[in-house]
Ligand binder design. Structure first.
Ligand code: SF4
Ligand code: SF4
Length: 474
């Protein structure tokens, strides 16, 4: 099976239950943001910009657990910010598992190995030695760390930890191969750490997933190469979604100056070009997403968004109408459902009900539409069944060549603090994108903003991608 039977059955059961009850609107995935603090400052991160005034705030554990009960989504995606910074992350995961939810911890991976060592220290017994030896051999733990694990004291043994669980996935943010990813997250070595964390997780028996956002300037071939590499690591699942950002000022320029929308936005037309091969990818790789959403991305059908099916809860409450746009926050999920005028949003039959929705095709708005049967076409149920219950794609064969291709940045001396930064700031690269993101960040002394962890300035990310493409040619 493409995905574990228990998970698929749980989600199918949830949909059937609400269909039988004729519930008009219900949640499928809760995007839970217990905090917006992050250890990275990625170019174009929406969350650390939108919530810049509440970066130090956190949602208390009880409120996080209550939010999950409140909307009763079978899946919870714990995101942020960086959720592994949340002081009660272990208790949160444990509490959500007790509620029998499927959990995705969306992380930049920088603290993943530490959390897995905590688990090993808490549960260490001679039976774990084989795995520890495998980790030592692969240099995923050091000799010193192995000793700490073996000699764990009572405090380490009584700690609440994140154990491998068939209902839980580490969901690692990866937006490209080493050169691109490290530039986007603006720190050398992050891609390498993502790979190390995924390898360690696989050895220890955790389930792993990755999430990737595609921007206007994303090189689609690189995304395909990234999937091949991640598949060779036996990553269990991947989500991929187009990035989207609406800016009224840019829209105004389109109108007043007669510019093309594609000068500013990842338009629907452009998204469809980028995702033209999504159905082939989903045959080769374990991509999460309904076949209907994939058809929508590839331009083969229209869909209406169902943003209430993937609600977001954070320090300010229930965010409406969707993960991307904020027109208000509400205290309760049901309150949000009843107070938001949902008919004001989305695109119906190609016509945007809200200008801001015009080019949006994001996963968090449209993927549930496919599962919920919005814009249902005959045969959709069968397609869904065949996709989920069909054979799991085989891992892409691992090879030294594939790994060499993946580690094309700091590993081969092209770190962003050295050659890459110089190349990106070169006159030639600057010509195609103006001032460097790095220079600008240094001047502003603040988080810039969009990224896999949220909406934001995709233009800024695109500017960087354009320079990356030029830097690669130099
Ligand atoms: S995109 Fe994610 S990892 Fe990057 S700064 Fe934002 S919250 Fe942190
Ligand atoms: S179309 Fe996109 S931006 Fe508009 S409400 Fe739906 S998910 Fe949100």
């Amino acid at each position: 099976m493409r995905f574990p039977l228990a998970l698929t059955a749980k989600i199918a059961g949830h949909i059937i239950k609400h269909k039988l009850r004729k519930t008009p609107k219900f949640a499928m995935v809760l995007q839970l943001e217990p905090l917006h603090t992050c250890n990275l400052t990625c170019t174009g991160c929406g969350r650390i910009r939108e919530y810049s005034t509440s970066l130090k705030d956190m949602v208390p554990l009880e409120k996080c657990l209550q939010a999950a009960m409140d909307c009763d989504a079978p899946m919870v995606s714990i995101c942020g910010g960086e959720p592994l910074i949340y002081p009660k992350i272990e208790e949160l995961v444990t509490g959500l598992l007790d509620q029998k939810r499927i959990i995705y911890i969306c992380t930049n991976a920088m603290f993943m190995r530490k959390k897995m060592r905590d688990y090993m220290a808490a549960d260490y017994s001679p039976e774990m030695e084989t795995k520890l030896q495998a980790l030592l051999k692969a240099e995923l733990v050091s000799g010193k760390e192995a000793e700490v694990i073996r000699k764990s004291d009572a405090a380490a043994r009584s700690r609440v930890v994140i154990r491998p669980n068939r209902w839980m996935y580490w969901n690692v943010h990866v937006d490209g191969l080493e050169f691109t990813h490290d530039l986007i997250v603006e720190r050398e070595g992050v891609f390498k750490e993502c790979v190390a964390a995924i390898k360690m997780a696989k050895i220890l028996g955790y389930q792993t997933a990755t999430n990737t956002t595609v921007y206007k300037e994303t090189d689609v071939q690189e995304i395909e190469d990234m999937f091949k590499f991640l598949s060779s690591l036996e990553v269990d699942a991947h989500t991929i979604s187009p990035g989207y950002e609406y800016d009224a000022a840019k829209k105004d320029m389109v109108k007043r100056l007669g510019k093309q929308p594609e000068d500013f936005f990842l338009t629907r037309k452009m998204t469809r070009q980028k995702f033209a091969r999504i159905q082939e990818w989903s045959k080769a790789f374990t991509i999460i997403g309904t076949p209907m959403y994939q058809e929508f991305l590839a331009g083969k059908r229209e869909m209406t968004c169902t943003p209430w099916a993937i609600p977001t809860f954070n320090v300010k409450g229930w965010k409406a109408p969707c993960y991307l746009m904020t027109d208000g926050h509400y205290d309760g999920y049901q309150e949000m459902l009843s107070k938001v005028q949902w008919e004001k949003y989305g695109v119906v039959d190609g016509v945007a009900r809200d200008q801001r929705c015009e080019h949006c095709m994001v996963h968090c708005g449209y993927d549930p539409s496919g599962a919920l049967g919005t814009n249902y076409r005959r045969g959709d149920n069968w397609k869904n069944f065949r996709y989920n219950f069909g054979a799991k794609p085989k891992p892409y064969p691992a090879s030294a060549e594939l790994a060499e291709h993946a580690f094309n940045g700091v590993t081969i001396g092209k770190g962003h603090l050295a050659e890459a930064k110089a190349a990106i700031n070169s006159p030639r690269a600057a010509m195609s994108g103006g001032q460097s993101v790095f220079q600008r960040r240094e001047e502003l002394h603040e988080h810039s903003n969009g990224g896999s962890c949220g909406s934001g300035d995709t233009g800024e990310r695109d500017g960087l991608m354009r320079k990356i493409a030029n830097a690669k040619k130099i």
